[in-house]
Design a protein around this ligand. Structure first.
Ligand SMILES: [Zn+2]
Ligand SMILES: [Zn+2]
Length: 153
C-alpha cells in the first residue's frame, strides 16, 4: 500500500479545493466544493472538505459568505473586488454580481457611522427559471421608461 506523507496529501487536497473555487468563480457550499475538487484529489471526503475550508478561512485565503435566511455557510476566495451576490432560490447556487448600487450614504440615519453594506439579490438563475419562448430580449429599455413615470409629489 502506498501512502503519501500526510502533509503532502493535505497540500494537494487544499490546492484541489482552491482550484475548485477558482474555476467556479462563485461562492460554494462544502458539498459543491467537494463535487468540484474530488476529481482532482483522490480520497477527498466531506469531513476533510469542512476541515480544509475552515483552515483556509483561518489563513485568510477563503472567507465565509452568509446569506440572509439561509443557514448554509458558503465560502469564496478572498481578495476579490467589491461585489455582491445573487442567490438562486431554486437550486441554491450563489452567483457573483459585479458592481454595486453604491450611494448608500443617504440611507444612513443621522448620527450613525456606516462601516459596510451587503446587497443580496435573489430569484432564479437562468438554468432554473421557466423557459420562455423568445422574449429573451433585454428588457432594460422598457423598464427604465416605466420607472421614470413615477409621480412627483
Ligand atoms: Zn438555479
Ligand atoms: Zn456594494
Amino acid at each position: 500500500m502506498e501512502r503519501k506523507p500526510a502533509t503532502e496529501r493535505k497540500t494537494s487536497q487544499r490546492s484541489a479545493l482552491l482550484k475548485a473555487f477558482e474555476s467556479a468563480g462563485r461562492p460554494l457550499r462544502p458539498q459543491e466544493a467537494l463535487a468540484l475538487a474530488r476529481p482532482l484529489a483522490s480520497g477527498l471526503g466531506i469531513a476533510t472538505v469542512y476541515r480544509n475550508l475552515r483552515t483556509l478561512a483561518g489563513q485568510g485565503v477563503l472567507k465565509p459568505v452568509h446569506l440572509p435566511g439561509d443557514s448554509t455557510v458558503r465560502y469564496e476566495l478572498c481578495g476579490k473586488a467589491h461585489h455582491h451576490h445573487f442567490h438562486c432560490l431554486r437550486c441554491h447556487q450563489v452567483f457573483e454580481v459585479d458592481g454595486c448600487p453604491g450611494n448608500i450614504e443617504p440611507l444612513v440615519p443621522k448620527g450613525f457611522v456606516l462601516e459596510g453594506h451587503e446587497v443580496v439579490l435573489y430569484g432564479q438563475c437562468p438554468a432554473c427559471r421557466p423557459t420562455r419562448r423568445k422574449s429573451e430580449m433585454p428588457s432594460t429599455k422598457s423598464e427604465t421608461k416605466s420607472k421614470k413615470k413615477k409621480p412627483k409629489s
